[in-house]
Ligand binder design. Structure first.
Ligand code: ADP
Ligand code: GLC
Length: 495
């Protein structure tokens, strides 16, 4: 199939979280399975133009008040035949940051920026004379693509092009004042008619969910959860209405980039058969983070955006968080790598200055994230909600046992320890409170000291798990066919 992916992140060019990993890995696997996949991404300031090949002709993109012109450059997704097209627009993308900066997490011209991406992707396909069978849009930044396909681009070259929208995180919807609608070139008749209106504002994700032929999200459990008022983020009604077109497909991980036997970021490689290298990684990690190099002290870690979603309210809320008690009362070492909200960074910096066994690194550091996966004994992921979550899967691959809240993709990927049989691949808990996090960490610690044979067996089992993209990409192809059928009217859409 001819598949056009539109995304604000693609590894290795741009990544703020798991979205970038997912899009890069899915595109690579679809190409491996023989599909013609092309990806469109903004040329952020951080993408070195020296690594790209520039196309001769500039691209004109009709936007609200005038036509915007952008340059187009290309590169291959490393190790694949997939072409990535970069839309180069100095005013909108020639600055630091994907969505915003540390001081202001959202740029105030994001509607224009991501309108350019969505509309530009379709204009680009026209300019190339390459008509996709299906367009696969990711999250709110690309959610206007299915809206255009149903409105301004309803007929003509895209008349048979199906659309799929994947929800990576329902909490981020791309909400803007309605006065900005003009930037999208969609007239007021579409504000209500195309489902853009949400509580009198423009909601891009909602509009995408109304217009895409098929919807997916990144785990089966999250696909069910978002249809409930608890996790539906005020779109659960719409999602229940479209339940027949909504599919949960579990993300895989890219085993070429995450292989402990062959990882350029590690001082020593290791595998399930020979774990010696893991001990060397633990020493290197302790050294890098300024912790005592003690092999016998269990090392707990987190690699995460520092936001409420990831459980930081319960971990380090200033008055009641459990991280202080974990580090002050238990004989453990704790490493956290992350960037995020200012309150959380400040609280973690303050805690680590008081606790010698807590080491915090407040930066985005890909090599260090690999060393942490390899060198830690346990990875903590106590999320409020988690559409899929990738770090628990990376941890398992590296023989590091995940400790997770049973929600979304965490529930679909980690089997909790059974003390009676020794079964499991990690530790899971249900209720999210400071004390449940503390108690589950305590449970893992007790098991480490008192049931080392169970810990060793779980480690083997975790390393043997395969969250491969092969099956999930094939599932996406079925979804793409479903989208094409709905577009052609062979199957009735639910909206
Ligand atoms: P989310 O997309 O919600 O942030 P995921 O678990 O799906 O959660 O993906 C997070 C990705 O970002 C993982 O690849 C993780 O290793 C990476 N990551 C998060 N924070 C950092 C950081 N500070 N440095 C390096 N990698 C990070
Ligand atoms: C989102 C989710 C995360 C998921 C990732 C990739 O950022 O928060 O759970 O793993 O997208 O799909």
């Amino acid at each position: 199939m001819r598949i056009l992916m539109v995304s604000s992140e693609v590894v290795p060019f741009a990544k703020a979280g798991g979205l970038g990993d997912m899009v890069g890995a899915l595109a690579a696997e679809l190409a491996r399975q023989g599909h013609d996949v092309r990806v469109v991404l903004p040329r952020y300031y951080s993408v070195d133009p020296g690594r790209l090949r520039r196309l001769e002709a500039p691209l004109g993109v009709p936007m609200g008040y005038e036509e915007e012109w952008c340059g187009v450059a290309t590169a291959k997704l490393p190790g694949t035949g997939v072409t990535v097209y970069f839309l180069d627009h100095q005013e909108l993308f020639g600055r630091d940051g994907i969505y915003g900066t540390r001081s202001g997490p959202e740029f105030n011209d994001n509607l224009r920026r991501f309108t350019l991406l969505s509309r530009g992707a379709l204009q680009l396909a026209k300019m190339l004379g390459w008509t996709p069978d299906v367009v696969h849009a990711h999250d709110w930044p690309a959610a206007l693509v299915p809206v255009y396909l149903n409105t301004l681009e309803r007929d003509g070259v895209f008349g048979a092009t199906g659309s799929v929208l994947t929800i990576h995180n329902l909490a981020h919807q791309g909400i803007f004042p309605k006065q900005e609608l003009g930037h999208t070139l969609l007239g007021w008749e579409h504000f209500h008619g195309a489902g853009l209106e949400h509580y009198d504002r423009v909601n891009l994700l909602q509009a995408g969910l109304r217009n895409a032929d098929m919807l997916t999200t990144v785990s089966p459990t999250y696909a069910r959860e978002i249809q409930t008022p608890e996790l539906g983020e005020r779109l659960d009604g719409l999602l229940r209405h479209r339940a027949a077109d909504l599919v949960g497909v579990l993300n895989g991980i890219d085993y070429r980039l995450w292989d402990p036997a062959d990882d350029p970021h590690l001082p020593a490689g290791f595998s399930a058969d020979d774990l010696d290298g893991k001990a060397a990684c633990k020493r290197a990690l302790q050294q890098a983070m300024g912790l005592e190099a003690e092999a016998g002290t269990p090392l707990f870690a987190m690699v995460s955006r520092l936001v409420e979603q990831k459980g930081f309210g319960e971990l380090c809320g200033p008055t009641h968080g459990s991280l202080y008690n974990i580090c002050a009362e238990l004989e453990v070492q704790f490493v956290i790598l992350g960037t995020g909200e200012a309150w959380c960074e400040a609280e973690l910096a303050s805690l680590s200055s008081r606790l010698p066994n807590l080491a915090v690194d407040l930066e985005f550091n890909e090599p260090l994230s690999h060393l942490i996966m390899a060198g830690a004994d346990f990875l903590l992921v106590p999320s409020v909600f988690e559409p899929c979550g990738l770090t628990q899967m990376y941890a398992m691959r590296y023989g590091t046992l995940p400790i997770v809240r049973r929600t979304g993709g965490l529930a679909d990927t980690v089997t909790s320890y059974d003390e009676a049989t020794g079964e499991g691949t990690g530790f899971a808990f249900d209720l999210l409170t400071p004390s449940s996090i503390y108690n589950t960490v305590g449970w893992a610690l007790w098991t480490w000291h008192n049931r080392p044979e169970h810990v060793a067996a779980m480690q083997q089992r975790a390393m043997a798990e395969r969250f491969s993209w092969e099956a999930s990409a094939a599932r996406y192809v079925e979804v793409y066919r479903g989208a094409v059928d709905r577009r052609a009217g062979r199957v009735t859409r639910t909206w």
